[in-house]
Design a protein. Structure first.
Length: 187
């Protein structure tokens, strides 16, 4: 029987899906093997650093995907309000209307290791910087722009946690609907 291979992209996507649902601590090696379709020996060959390396690579990949797929429109030359609305729509799609947990949140619980923690911090810093830049463009000073960015992210992330624990996605919908006014200062 020929061996099946899993591309790096697919492998990280499968790991991300597992970490998103089970968290770092909740994902056992048996769960990881089942989710990826790889034997434990193949996983250790691909990830000699074990589960912590897996978490670090997933966090980096999600951070890159988020920057290029979700936040990229913020750097375009469209009107600022239009750019923020587009990002809001992309966030709604990315998190499936609040049904998908944030993998960065789920990986931050437990001890995913230094590399994963650094990748998580970098992803959060990139998100904050992108949001703060549009808030600055809308007229906020640097300190206010950072506060608006942090408030917007906290609202989205908090709503995702509420959706996960209560099953109620309405807080997420409200957080996304309010995103333009929070970032642009219309509230």
């Amino acid at each position: 029987m020929p061996s099946r291979t899993v591309s790096d992209h697919d492998l990280l996507d499968r790991l991300g899906t597992l970490f998103r649902s089970a968290g770092f601590d909740g994902a056992s090696l048996a769960d990881i093997a089942a989710a990826t379709g790889l034997q434990k020996s193949s996983l250790y060959h691909r990830f000699p650093g074990g589960k912590q390396q897996m978490a670090a690579e997933v966090a980096s990949a999600v951070g890159e995907q988020f920057a290029s797929g979700i936040l990229a429109p913020l750097a375009s030359d469209r009107p600022v309000a239009e750019r923020v609305e587009l990002v809001a729509r992309r966030l709604r799609e990315f998190y499936d209307g609040g049904a998908r947990s944030c993998v960065l949140d789920m990986l931050s619980i437990g001890d995913p290791g230094v590399s994963a923690s650094e990748a998580l911090a970098a992803a959060a810093a990139g998100w904050t910087a992108a949001f703060a830049a549009v808030a600055r463009e809308a007229g906020a000073d640097a300190r206010t722009a950072t506060a608006r960015a942090q408030d917007a992210i906290a609202s989205v992330e908090g709503a995702l946690v509420l959706a996960r624990v209560t099953g109620d996605r309405r807080p997420f919908t409200r957080a996304i609907d309010r995103l333009p006014s929070v970032l642009l200062g219309d509230h």
